[in-house]
Design a protein around this ligand. Structure first.
Ligand code: ZN
Ligand code: ZN
Length: 730
């Protein structure tokens, strides 16, 4: 049994958020402290945040061990959370200090409990009554003893704050301290329950039973777009609330949150707690604290919500589980979907992975019997998925500077005449991906990266999509200095919109791309207007594939279905398949039947044929077969190592040394590939070299990687990033 409480003066080991690689010894403060307590400790001249991680090691001169400054007024970190952080650190090869930073991303945790003054009716009557005083007392009387802030009282009474303060001195108004971080309103699982279809009923029942079991389990909830997956998993949330446990719903996109919050409010009577980058600092701290106290029952958030200090987590829903944004690509490299499964298993909680187009990983886990599967087949309103066909671009007659084929043009024209919406889909932001000089052939690239700059006509600038650097569009070629010869090559959504406007001059064209709107709110309003019919032709990037409803949309035209198939990414086929299915699913959601057409130069490509054929199970089985044969995820293990430095020689030397001294990896039968220049060989002025490690499933890959990496000292400006189960290769 581990010690749960440390008396004053006892040695405790404290894990801090500082990058120190070890737990430090301190003396427990006056009054002692619990295991897991959040504390403030002195470190050199500073005060830093930490957590009491266990008994001290006692290997320091006891007279030099300093005392913990104070214990913070928050619930101590639970045993389960400490385990979760340790296991995630082990899995992702991340230092514990970085894990603790991820788990304490709420500003002001170290502050004293945040209080504010509130005012309510006192007991005394002022001797001298003025008009202003009377107004204040009337307002407070009207509200029957409720308390307000000074500003609220003054505003309601139409007086200055000093009048209220004067009444406090006389005892006619009482002033009290009240905590700023208030609990969230209780959600009612029976509030807005909906009629479910037979299909949904059956699915909901499976999930409810799973939640009721009080044990760990994962269910893949697969349903075509429009099959009502959300209603089904909200029934699992309802059951979790009935059990008195907490639920977490992860969403891939902040822009989707507000639509989802509205649905939660309609179902449970109140809004849930929110956790994502769009939430104010104050609200973040409140959420963090209330989650820990069990005063927030349902949290809706981005992937980092997984690291909140839940008191009793009973259910995690990962919506759109295939979405690549669940993989954190900077800082701590973790996949929220996989870590959700880990956290649930430590909590005897259930996981629901929801998607219309699951990841191959989840599909394989169902096949292996590790996950349960619930499939929703029927669609609301429209009974069938849109009809999908290919347009063979080799037999279409159109000039090189145009991308909408005559066949697709005719289909859009027909929609315009019927008053229906069309979507032209192109997964490329900006106006043109490349700007070329017609005199010398020079392509304008980023100064700091090996990448071409994308013209954004909307911003009137060139932008590097790797580092975000922008510069104005030059008028002379930076290479040969000839004037007015720079020309755009290839299409981006902005250029597609221009072409659409030229082809359909009477039509109202709308562009949907994540970079065109200043805020999530502006984007949301724009999407809502389009959904109401405020556009005839929508030109959009993959933003449109993510769950928005466009009831008037009956045609989806994919401008370049081959785009995702280029490159060497092992997930290229899977991604293209998912994206095409998601986009096609946007069409024909209401009464009108939908149609999706794919413009392609390779209609015979197996992936294009699988998309058109619509036989998903066959696609997954074939894709699984290929990956199994190649020994790659999910049937083998992989790790990507990216070394970077401003010095190209240094970074290649280190890569070569690592490839040679591969003893710890060879011991587990793992292979090292590389070093090779990374697909983007330079970002922000740093040269990048990549090594790839492949191993069989079931070997202790992380231990071997740690032992391998430890052999090398990173001198100067060299950096090493290890990515377990890499999702993309760049
Ligand atoms: Zn030139
Ligand atoms: Zn750049």
């Amino acid at each position: 049994m581990t010690q749960e409480f440390f008396d004053e003066g006892a040695l405790v080991g404290v894990l801090t958020t500082q990058p120190l690689d070890r737990v430090l010894d301190y003396k427990a403060p006056e009054g002692g402290c619990f295991l897991g307590a959040f504390v403030e400790v002195p470190l050199g001249p500073r005060k830093v945040l930490g957590v009491v991680w266990g008994p001290g090691r006692g290997d320091w001169d006891i007279s030099k061990v300093r005392a913990v400054n104070r214990v913070l007024d928050v619930v101590p970190m639970a045993e389960e959370m400490r385990q979760f952080l340790s296991k995630t650190a082990d899995y992702t090869l991340t230092p514990m200090s970085a894990m603790l930073r991820l788990a304490t991303r709420a500003p002001g945790l170290g502050d004293a409990p945040s209080m504010r003054k509130v005012y309510r009716l006192g007991t005394a009557e002022p001797e001298r009554m003025t008009d202003a005083r009377r107004k204040v007392l009337e307002v407070l009387r009207d509200y029957g003893g409720l308390a307000f802030t000074l500003k609220e009282v003054a505003e309601m009474a139409g007086v200055t704050p000093s009048v209220v303060k004067g009444l406090v001195k006389l005892g006619a108004v009482s002033e009290e301290d009240s905590p700023r971080d208030l609990p969230y309103p209780r959600l009612d699982p029976e509030y807005g329950s909906k009629e479910l279809t037979e299909d949904q009923q059956a699915g909901a029942q499976v999930l409810r039973d799973a939640v009721r079991s009080g044990r760990y389990g994962t269910t893949l909830l697969k349903g075509v777009t429009g099959s009502g997956k959300t209603e089904v998993y909200l029934e699992a949330v309802a059951e979790c609330l009935r059990q008195g446990r907490q639920a977490l719903v992860l969403l891939p996109e902040i822009a989707l949150t507000s639509e989802f919050i509205t649905r939660v409010e309609a179902r449970f009577g109140h809004k849930p707690a929110e956790w994502h980058s769009g939430v104010t600092m104050t609200e973040r701290r409140r959420c963090w604290k209330m989650v820990g106290q069990g005063e927030a029952q349902l949290i809706v958030g981005a992937r980092s919500a997984l690291f909140l200090p839940f008191r009793d987590l009973g259910l995690i829903v990962v919506d759109e589980e295939h979405d690549t944004s669940y993989k954190q690509e900077d800082g701590v490299l973790y996949n929220a979907r996989d870590m959700a499964v880990l956290r649930a298993s430590l909590n005897s909680a259930q996981v629901v992975l929801a998607s219309a187009t699951p990841s191959l990983e989840s599909w394989a886990n169902v096949e292996a019997g590790k996950y349960r599967r619930v499939t929703l087949t029927s669609r609301y309103g429209a009974a069938v998925l849109p009809e999908m066909t290919a347009i063979d671009m080799r037999s279409e007659d159109l000039p090189g500077s145009r991308w909408v084929s005559p066949s697709l043009q005719a289909k859009v024209q027909a929609r315009l005449e019927r008053g229906e919406q069309s979507l032209l889909f192109l997964n490329r932001r900006g106006y043109a991906p490349v700007t070329i000089c017609r005199a010398c052939g020079h392509q304008i690239g980023c100064d700091d990266c090996d990448s071409t700059m994308v013209e954004h006509r909307f911003l009137k600038r060139l932008m590097c999509h790797q580092c975000g650097e922008t510069k104005p569009m030059p008028t002379v070629c930076p290479s040969c200095e000839v004037e007015d010869k720079l020309a755009p090559v290839g299409p981006g959504v902005e250029r597609m919109a221009e072409e659409a406007q030229a082809l359909f001059p009477q039509a109202k064209i709308a562009v949907l791309s994540s970079d065109l709107y200043g805020s999530a709110r502006a984007l949301k309003e724009h999407i809502e207007a389009i959904a109401r019919g405020d556009a005839d032709v929508i030109v959009g990037t993959q933003l449109v594939a993510k769950g928005h409803n466009f009831p008037k949309l009956t045609l989806v035209g994919v401008i370049d279905a081959d785009l995702g198939l280029q490159g060497s990414d092992l997930r290229a086929a899977e991604r293209t398949f998912q994206l095409m299915r998601q986009v096609a699913g946007r069409a024909g959601r209401a009464e009108a039947a939908g149609e999706a057409v794919l413009q392609t130069f390779q209609p015979e490509h197996p992936v294009i044929r699988a998309i058109l054929g619509g036989d998903e199970e066959a696609f997954w089985a074939a894709e699984a077969g290929e990956r199994r044969a190649a020994g790659v995820p999910p049937y083998g293990r992989m790790a990507g190592i990216v070394l970077s430095s401003p010095n190209v020689q240094e970074v290649f030397d280190l890569g070569t040394a690592m490839a040679r001294q591969d003893g710890p990896l060879r011991q587990i039968g793992a292979q090292v590939f590389g070093p090779a220049p990374a697909p983007i060989a330079r970002i922000r002025g740093r040269h990048r070299v990549r090594l790839l490690v492949k191993a069989e499933k079931g070997v202790p890959l992380q231990q071997a990687l740690a032992a391998w990496a430890k052999q090398f000292k990173l001198r100067g400006d060299l950096r090493m990033a290890i990515d377990i189960d890499p999702q993309s290769f760049y």
